[in-house]
Design a protein around this ligand. Structure first.
Ligand SMILES: C[S@@+](CC[C@H](N)C(=O)[O-])C[C@H]1O[C@@H](n2cnc3c(N)ncnc32)[C@H](O)[C@@H]1O
Length: 365
């Protein structure tokens, strides 16, 4: 037990997971497919991204012209400020530049900008990035990086998971478009879930199953090694407020009667379609078993949010350990919620037994 606590502590402090090119490409392609002009004339900020490490900067630099970007800004966080200390050594790219400073390379963040063909070779790519040291360490919360946020139209990155709540609030307070990676568990945070409910944030294109593979700098916490690169599987998902086609695909569903007749998972789960003791809603233990003909509120697995189409469903609230603390009183009243000894903050209860965290939904009329 003590050992596993130690491992967890190590993990939460390690924010050094690097996103693979293919994962970025697959995700971003969906936004461009849905709206070919989604990035046209826009300033994109990558606020946790040093191009020497990050594929985000390389990807957007290589696609600068194809996407019609106006400006790409990428900022990195100082080596000395990182919670997880790897053996930092500046790259040749930096040390061979006249502005190289051996103090600043560890204490200051860097800013990279791209606006056009600097080298004059007829193409816009990573070689056209200009860079300098930031005044501070590149913390996204600093006034210096906030100014860049305010200049940007779209913010894209895999942020430090340990600061995820703050990072999302930082984007939302500036009312920006965004595509970011998040830990799956974050969707029921009281700072995140209401944004889902209000359709101010939704799942990205990439499906949630299976976790995502990242390059990790922590050699003590590796799941597999591919071509000498340490990789870690993290239960991560993309969150965004930019539209894409998958978001508008309706779930194909059967009636309750047909589910009871043909869906073996429903037949084998004794809680299927039972009313909760503490909510005026029924338990639907699998997203594919949402009855097409039930008019009331249904509790469905959290992973429903991956399949949610706003044309098909309304999200009423969540039934989880966060509900009592986060739900507006009128929502609880509408759901006829009454606290139950077993509900631990608002989970659904059936025959005095708590069920998993659920999203409470109903069909759109
Ligand atoms: C999960 S990693 C992702 C890196 C890169 N975006 C990628 O996906 O390849 C998060 C990065 O944010 C940096 N970071 C941590 N705290 C930060 C802060 N307060 N401000 C800016 N960056 C921070 C970490 O050092 C790390 O490089």
């Amino acid at each position: 037990m003590a050992n596993s606590n130690l491992t967890n502590a190590k993990r939460t402090k390690n924010d050094e997971f690097y996103t693979q090119w293919g994962d970025i490409q697959k995700e971003v392609a969906a936004y461009v497919e849905y709206n070919p002009d989604v990035f046209r004339g826009k300033t994109v900020l990558l606020p946790c991204d040093d191009p020497e490490w990050s594929n985000f900067t390389k990807f957007f630099a290589q696609n600068f012209e194809r996407f019609g970007l106006k400006k790409l800004i990428s900022t990195s966080y100082a080596a000395e400020s990182k919670t997880y200390k790897s053996n930092y050594t500046p790259t040749l790219f930096e040390t061979s530049d006249p502005q190289y400073d051996k103090n600043k390379t560890v204490k200051n963040g860097k800013i990279f900008t791209l606006t056009g063909d600097e080298t004059g070779d007829g193409v816009v790519d990573v070689n056209d990035l200009k860079w300098r040291y930031l005044e501070g360490d590149g913390d996204f919360r600093s006034a210096e990086v906030k100014k860049l946020r305010d200049e940007a139209d779209i913010i894209i990155t895999n942020p430090p998971f340990s600061l995820f709540r703050e990072f999302l609030a930082w984007i939302m307070e500036a009312n920006k478009q965004f595509v970011i990676l998040s830990n799956k568990g974050a969707v029921i945070y009281k700072e995140v879930f209401p944004l889902f409910q209000e359709n101010r944030l939704w799942s990205g294109r990439t499906e949630w199953g299976g976790g995502m593979w990242f390059e990790t700098k922590n050699s003590d916490d590796v799941d597999k090694v591919i071509d000498g690169v340490n990789m870690k599987n993290v239960p991560s998902i993309w969150l965004t407020n930019i539209d894409h086609g998958r978001r508008h695909q309706r779930l194909p569903l059967m009636t309750m009667e047909d589910n009871k007749k043909f869906n073996t998972q429903i037949q084998e789960n004794e809680n299927s379609y039972k009313r909760y003791d503490n909510y005026d809603a029924i338990e639907v233990p699998y997203t594919n078993a949402i009855p097409s003909d039930y008019k009331g509120v249904m509790g469905v697995p959290i992973s429903f949010l991956d399949k949610y189409s706003p044309e098909q469903f309304e999200i009423v609230w969540q039934a989880s350990g966060n509900t009592r603390a986060s739900a507006p009183k009128e929502v609880l009243k509408k759901l006829s919620y009454h606290p139950h000894l077993e509900d631990r903050g608002g989970c659904g209860v059936i025959n005095n037994e708590r069920v998993y965290s659920r999203v409470l939904i109903r069909h759109k009329k």
